[in-house]
Design a binder for this molecule. Structure first.
Ligand code: MC0
Length: 142
């Protein structure tokens, strides 16, 4: 079902400061930036490698406000790994299979994600405490 780790999402207070740190320290490059109002985030994707069905990235996330998923996460836990996203060939099919195995779906239907992807989240309490995202990349992606 999982083709690769698509990205690791990291919650931060200051996106520009964290981008500068990751570029300077790990020689990574930002390939996309986006404000996603529905998800309550301003985010940047830093490219790591290319794999089957798409690339893999570090995703830096700054909340648009305190009353958002990432805003609440920062208030409770501080900066750090917010979620792990796995590449799947078909997010809707994966949701059906995973939901049928008893994992709570935070999204019944795919939503819009970074760089034109379709995404859906699984409840962290049902996945060993890890907020898990499914990502279906669009046909062509950097
Ligand atoms: C909350 N919890 C987490 C967690 N966030 N556990 C692991 N990782 C996380 N990131 C835990 C809390 O500690 C709490 O456990 C329980 O889950 C309920 O959380 P809450 O404090 O009530 O917080 P809520 O109301 O924010 O709900 C958490 C939930 C929510 C995961 C359901 O954040 C959600 O629906 N997330 C999915 C959407 C999302 O995260 N969007 C932002 C990234 P205790 O034990 O204290 O009860 S958008 C994105 O990444 C897009 C742009 C993309 O990739 O393309």
């Amino acid at each position: 079902m999982f083709m690769r780790i698509d990205h690791v999402g990291i919650a931060c207070h200051d996106l520009e400061e964290k981008i500068a740190f990751f570029e300077r320290t790990f020689e990574l490059t930002v390939v996309a930036r986006e404000v996603n109002e529905e998800q309550g985030v301003k985010e940047a994707m830093l490219h790591i490698a290319d794999g089957e069905g798409g690339g893999s990235y570090i995703q830096l996330l700054e909340p648009l406000g305190p009353d958002t998923p990432v805003g609440r996460f920062l208030a409770k836990r501080g900066e750090g790994v917010h979620h792990v996203a796995f590449g799947v060939p078909d997010v809707e099919a994966a949701l059906g299979e995973i939901g049928g195995r008893g994992v709570r779906l935070l999204d019944e239907k795919p939503r819009h994600g970074s760089m034109g992807s379709s995404i859906a989240f699984l409840h962290p309490k049902d996945v060993g405490g890890m907020l898990t995202e499914l990502v279906q990349a669009p046909p062509r992606r950097p």
